[in-house]
Design a protein around this ligand. Structure first.
Ligand SMILES: [Zn+2]
Length: 475
């Protein structure tokens, strides 16, 4: 039972979500059973689109040049509020819904990040808001953003560049996890590069003097970057992988390529470091007498937090109940058992909450934002959304305490256990979107905070000219 009685509008939203529970769970399960990886998630995308079309939403697919990206809109005029749903799976993560490691199909994809729940939780909220608009309880417009390819470089930046978020007052979004809390933190901005060097092949023993090694250039670049690392901020992250280092040891490599990711808390810092890395690449080509093709392939912003929206989300979490039954709790306990020691994960939540979390399989009680003032060492394509519209984010408990994302336990929980947290998320989103539609002061406050936090930097799409998400996935 919820700790507080929600006002009647919110109760109506919750009733709608509960009335649709069976259908929503079925969609989440269908997507779980047919896991599709980034940019190939056509059936998952269609599953969500058709549910929205049935409700009367106007659906535009293929947004920003991505076939599986879509925008679904309902209502008339302002205010305009939105929510986002992801639905892509992870390669190789296939796992049955049981408490031991056993794939449905070896090496097949699986929903290791709970995106089957993510998409449907947000869908449920959008439908509830739509029905309240129909009843005349709310006025304005609701937009559902179907955001693909989160696991493979991101799709939201392309939708942002396409103007999809331009007329939206605020967006509320969530992500599966093992606790219920709003997010007040940020994360790292990122740039991605491909450096390809062209040299001359020759017999490495008989005539090395006629060769020019492209692999030497890659190694000089990597070595140069290792020396640079001391002179950039501790919070920055640079990592690389060699995609092509030549073909045989007795052939001087005529072509070699390396992929780089450059991350830092601030966009300007990423750009500064990226420029330095590109200079080192050019110098490596000079040193090795090879030719360089440097290509920026992608980029993202870090998340701009919005405490106004986080607080509104936190308040609504108290209204949304978390109806975990004995059977699911038992399965959660079995799954949790397989995780072993989860103390490292527990460090993420405030110390005052750890004892309570230690004692349960599912940590259902909402907690305050655990990440205020922190910059997480990850990047997300939600960053670009947050620089274009006030974005409220939270996590909902779909997995047992301490479950890491991208683990087989996360996949196992996503088929059924996680649908309880999904419903909690749907109610939290719906209630917060209703607040935003009803309360001009809340909208204004969220906007004012957004303006203040983004005042020092004008957003410019970090995507390079001609960026192609399909190329990144299929390389
Ligand atoms: Zn995810």
């Amino acid at each position: 039972m919820s700790e507080r009685e929600p006002e009647s509008l919110k109760q109506t939203l919750f009733d709608t979500i509960e009335a649709e529970r069976g259908r929503l769970k079925l969609i989440a399960r269908d997507i779980w059973e047919n896991p599709e990886v980034a940019l190939q998630e056509s059936e998952s995308s269609e599953r969500l689109q058709s549910a929205l079309r049935e409700e009367g939403f106007e659906v535009t697919a293929g947004v920003g040049g991505i076939e599986t990206a879509f925008v679904a809109r309902y209502g008339e005029g302002t205010p305009v509020v939105g929510t986002m749903g992801e639905f892509d799976a992870l390669p190789g993560m296939s796992q049955q819904a049981k408490a031991e490691r056993e794939p449905v199909e070896v090496n097949a994809p699986g929903h290791g990040c709970g995106h089957n729940l993510f998409g449907v939780g947000s869908l449920a909220a959008a439908i509830a808001i739509k029905r309240s608009i129909d009843r005349g309880d709310l006025s304005g417009s609701i937009v559902f953003f179907g955001t693909p390819a989160e696991e493979a470089g991101g799709g939201k930046m392309y939708m942002v560049r396409n103007g999809a978020f331009d007329d939206v007052d605020a967006v509320i979004s969530w992500h599966p996890g093992w606790y219920n809390a709003p997010g007040k933190g940020s994360c790292l901005a990122v740039d991605a590069f491909d450096f390809t060097f062209q040299g001359e092949t020759s017999h490495a023993a008989a005539s090395p003097e006629s060769g020019r090694s492209a692999l030497d250039a890659v190694q000089l670049l990597n070595t140069g970057v290792e020396f640079m690392r001391e002179h950039i901020s501790d919070a920055a992250r640079i990592h690389y992988v060699i995609h092509n280092g030549g073909s045989a040891a007795n052939v001087v490599p005529g072509e070699a390529s390396v992929e780089y990711l450059v991350r830092a808390p601030e966009r300007v810092e990423v750009e500064r470091i990226s420029e330095w890395v590109c200079d080192i690449a050019a110098a490596a080509a000079q040193m090795s007498r090879t030719d360089l093709t440097a290509t920026k392939t992608s980029g993202m912003y870090g998340v701009l937090p919005n405490h106004t929206l986080a607080d509104a989300i936190r308040k609504n979490m108290e209204y949304a109940d978390f109806p975990l039954d004995d059977e699911r709790e038992k399965f959660a306990a079995e799954l949790r058992e397989t995780l072993g020691d989860v103390e490292d994960s527990l460090q993420y939540i405030p110390e005052s909450e750890r004892e309570a979390a230690r004692e349960v399989a599912m940590f259902t009680r909402p907690i305050n934002a655990p990440d205020e003032g922190q910059t997480g060492s990850y990047s997300t394509d939600s960053g670009d959304v947050s620089w274009n519209v006030p974005l409220g984010r939270f996590r909902a408990a779909t997995w047992p305490v301490g479950t890491p994302a991208h683990s087989w336990q996360a996949v196992a929980a996503g088929r059924d256990l996680g649908t309880v947290g999904m419903e909690f998320a749907a109610k939290t989103i719906a209630a917060t979107l209703a607040d935003l539609l009803e309360d001009p002061e809340l909208r204004q406050q969220a906007r004012a905070e957004f303006e203040e936090r983004s005042a020092d930097h004008e957003y410019e799409s970090p995507l390079p000219e001609g960026a192609d998400p399909y190329k990144l996935v299929n390389r």
